[in-house]
Design a protein around this ligand. Structure first.
Ligand SMILES: C[S@@+](CC[C@H](N)C(=O)[O-])C[C@H]1O[C@@H](n2cnc3c(N)ncnc32)[C@H](O)[C@@H]1O
Length: 199
């Protein structure tokens, strides 16, 4: 399904970063390493690389990766794009300053917890886990995202996987989005940022 959508002309989600990255810009420092899961067509990885971060983007749709590479080239930045299914990828451990997941709501609670645990494991002690997506209220707006309520998150869903982390932000809110042709209009969103313990 994803490959089919990305194989069409143009950037489905546009080439501007998700506003979440701009809102939490202070979290990103030049020289840091970032793992961006379900990176899509490169808009977020390229934005962070332009800020001087070392970005690894994992994505399984070949057409999305091809577009992401083009976007990086056009912006004259280096981003490491890895073509892999996140459930099959050999995730590095304790490796990244920041582990980032934006709109990766393609699985229900069990798969989601698996990916969240992998994100936590891949983050270095003291590093940040940053997650952004839609809440169940998004089904009322219908302006993008999955149609399956089980794939959407609420604040309490983060409690068990991240119970040992220092939660810095866990906030549900509504805001306008304008990302390509896929995420457009008033949306029900959630931001989650936590620090992995150092010991
Ligand atoms: C809603 S898009 C978001 C893309 C990007 N994060 C953004 O904000 O522009 C979800 C992405 O997840 C990717 N994806 C879905 N299932 C995946 C999997 N099992 N492994 C890796 N990527 C996957 C899709 O190909 C798609 O690029």
């Amino acid at each position: 399904m994803w490959e089919e959508r990305f194989a069409k002309k143009g950037y489905l989600f546009g080439t501007e970063p998700v506003p979440f990255l701009l809102k939490h810009d202070a979290c990103f420092q030049k020289g840091q390493s970032v793992l961006s899961i379900a990176e899509g067509e490169g808009r977020n990885g390229v934005h962070l690389a332009k800020k001087g971060l070392h970005v690894t983007g994992v994505e399984f749709a070949p057409s999305a990766i091809a577009k992401a590479k083009k976007l990086a080239e056009l912006n004259e930045v280096d981003v490491t794009f890895v073509g892999s299914d996140l459930f099959e990828w050999n995730w590095p451990q304790d490796a990244f300053d920041i582990t980032l997941g934006l709109f990766f709501q393609f699985v229900g609670p069990e798969g989601r917890d698996t990916l969240w645990r992998k994100m936590l494991d891949a983050t270095r002690p003291g590093g940040l886990i940053m997650i952004h997506g839609y809440t169940p209220k998004q089904l009322e707006f219908g302006t993008g995202g999955p149609s399956n309520a089980a794939n959407l998150y609420s604040k309490a869903d983060f409690d068990s996987v991240f119970e040992e982390c220092d939660v810095l932000i866990n906030e549900e809110y509504e805001a306008e989005q304008r990302s390509g042709s896929a995420h457009v209009g008033m949306s029900a969103l959630i931001d989650f940022i936590a620090r992995k313990p150092t010991a």
